[in-house]
Design a protein around this ligand. Sequence first.
Ligand SMILES: Cc1cc2nc3c(=O)[nH]c(=O)nc-3n(C[C@H](O)[C@H](O)[C@H](O)COP(=O)(O)OP(=O)(O)OC[C@H]3O[C@@H](n4cnc5c(N)ncnc54)[C@H](O)[C@@H]3O)c2cc1C
Length: 646
Amino acid sequence: MTDRRIVVVGAGPRALGLVERIGANARVVGSPRERVEVHVVDPHPPGGGRIWRSAQSPLLWMNSEAQDVTVFTDASVTCDGPVVPGPSLAEWAAGPDASAAAAALSAHDFAPRVVQADYLEWAWRRVVSTLPEHVTVHAHADRAVELHGTGAEGGHQQVTLARGAVLEGDLVVLAQGYLDQAHAPNEQRLLDDAASRGLTYVPPGHTADLELEGLRAGEPVVVRGMGLAFIDLVVLLGEGRGGTFTGEGTQLTYHPSGREPVLHVGSRRGVPYHAKLGYEVRAAASGPAPMRHLTRERLTALGAGTAALDYRTQVWPLVVLELAVAHYRRLFEAHPERTRGTFEALERALVTADVTSGELTAVALTHLADPEDVFDIERIDRPLRAVIDHTTRPTDVERVVAEHIRLDVVRRADASRSSDRAVFDTLLGVYAALAELVVSGRLLDEDRVRHVEGHFHGLFSFLASGPPPRRLAELLALHRAGVVRFLGPDLELTIEEGAFVGRSGDRVVRARAAVDARLPRPDSALVTDPLVAGLLAAGELRSRPVMAADGTAIGAGQLVADARARAVRADGTVHPRRYLLGPAVSGSAGAGGFSRPRFNGPGFRQNDAVARDLLTVAVSDRATARLRLAPHPVPTTRDKDHRHAS
Ligand SMILES: Cc1cc2nc3c(=O)[nH]c(=O)nc-3n(C[C@H](O)[C@H](O)[C@H](O)COP(=O)(O)OP(=O)(O)OC[C@H]3O[C@@H](n4cnc5c(N)ncnc54)[C@H](O)[C@@H]3O)c2cc1C
C-alpha cells in the first residue's frame, strides 16, 4: 500500500535536485514504514528535461565552466538533511561514468549543452537507483494539463496528463521551468504585420527551438537583444551554417561559409552581457557573500517589519550600497596602492551618502587614486550613455561597441580588477536577499514585477550571467568579417513602408527580417501552459496585471509562493499541498541555474526544505482535514508612514 504520493510536474534539473533530496531525507525523516511514491511528469527525458535535452545543436554551450556546475550537495550546504556528495560536471567528465561526448571536457571548458544533458541523465539514473527501499520514482513521458484538488483544502490532488491518465497524489510540486506563454501584444503585432507584408519576424523564444530558415544568406537582419539568446543565435547562424574560426584567444578570424545573414544588432544597453570572469580570488569560495547592509535585520526594521516596503527608496539604495562596499572592500584589500585613507572611513561615508544622486561616487573619489576604480552603478548599467548619443555616426558606434567588448574580454580575465569578482559574489547574495523579500510578501506587486523581476534581474544577468569570453572573441571576429554589425543603444524595432526598421538614435537600418533575441519576459497573464493557466483562471495561483506609474502595462510577472515554496492563491492564502519551484516563480531560490561546488547553493537549501516538507506534512487525514492557514501578507497600498523610515 502506498502511504504518500507526490506528483512532480516537470523533470528538469529542479525536479532532479528535489528527487535527490527526497531520497536523502527519506532515510532520516518521515516513517520508514510509510511508502513514498514520487510521480514525475515531463514529455522530455528526466534529469535534463527540455533545456538540457540531447536533441539540440552540439555547438550551443553552457555559460559556466565545467568545474563550476554540480547537482550534488557537499559539506558547504547548510541544510537540515544529509549531505550526499557526488561529482561536479568536470569530475564526472574525468571519471569512468562519462559519456563519449564528455571525454574531451576539461575543468575550465564551457561544456556543450548536450554534454550537460549526458551528465544530468546520468545523475538522474544514479539518484533513482540509490533511493531508499521505501521510496519509488515513476517517470511519465507526458504533459500534465490539469490539476484539481478534491476534499477539504484540496487535500486530495489529481493531475491529468495529455494522454488521459490521471495521477492521484497527496502533494504536488510544479517545477515547470520557463512556462509556455503567448506572445506579448507588441510581439503579436509585429508577427501579424510581418506576415501580411511577407517579412520574417522571429519572436522571443528558446533559441534552440526557433525556426531560423527565414534568415537568408547575405540579407540584413535587425536583431534586438544582446544577451545569451543573441549569443546562441550568432552561433547557429555562423558556425551552425558552416563558418569556421581560426586563431587563438582574442585574436580569432572568422571564415564565412557565405550562408550567413548580416546581423545588425542592438539593445537597450547596446552592448553584450559581460564575459564570464576568468579568475578566482579565493581558493574555496564558500557561498554567496554575506550581506553587510542589505541584511534581514535592516529590512525587518524598515517599516516595523510588517509594512510594504518601497523598493526604489528603501531597498534599491541598500542594493547599490552593498555592491559598492563589496567593490571597494576588495580594492582596499587587494590594491591598497590605488586607494587613499581606510576602507572603514570610506564605508562610513558611503552609508550616509545619497545613493540616488552622484554623491556615492563623489564620496568614493576622495578615497581613490585612480578614478577608473569608482563604482558607478549608472555607468555600469548603461555603459554607452556617456559616449554615444543620437548624433553619433554609425561607424563610430561600431568602433565604440567593438572596443567596449574587446576591453571587457581583457578586463574580465584580469585579476587586478578583482573588485569585479567581489561584485559578482555579492550580486548572488543580493539576489538571495531580494528573493527572501519577495516571498515575505512585503513588496508591492508593482515593485516586484518592475524592479526585482525586471530591472534587477536584467542587471544581474548583464553582470553575472554572461557568455564565455571565447564567445565575445568570436563576436568580434564576426564583426570584423562583416557578419555582425553594431547598431547601438535604445534600439527600437518597427515596421515602416513594408520593411523592418531598426532605429538607434538617428541611425537607421532597414531589413526584410528581424529577430527578438531573448527569452519571453515572464508574464503569468500570458501563460498558455494549460495546467498553470487553469489554476490561474480558478484563482488557485496569484497573478495580477501590474500598471506602471505612467499607466503602461508591465504584465503580471512571475508566480508567487511563500517562504516554504507553497503556492500563493489569488486571495493571498497559501495552498498547503502545492509547491512551486524554479524560474517561473518569483524569488525561487537558485532559479537562475546550477550551483557551483562548495558554494552552499540556495537551490540545494530550498530543495532540501521542500523535500522535508513533502515527507513530513500530514497526509493521512487526506479528504477530511481542513487546514487553516494564515493568509500570505498581501500589501495593497504603500504604507506612507514607514516609507522613508530606515
Ligand atoms: C537556453 C538556456 C540556457 C541556459 N544555460 C544555463 C547555463 O549554462 N548554466 C546555468 O546554470 N543555467 C542555465 N540556464 C538556466 C536554467 O533555468 C537552469 O539551468 C535549469 O534548466 C532550470 O531547471 P528547471 O528544472 O527549473 O527548469 P527547466 O530546465 O525549464 O525544466 C522544466 C521542465 O518542465 C517541463 N514541463 C513544463 N510544463 C510541463 C507540463 N505542463 N507537464 C509536464 N512537464 C512540463 C519542461 O518540459 C521541462 O523539461 C539556461 C536556461 C536557458 C533557457
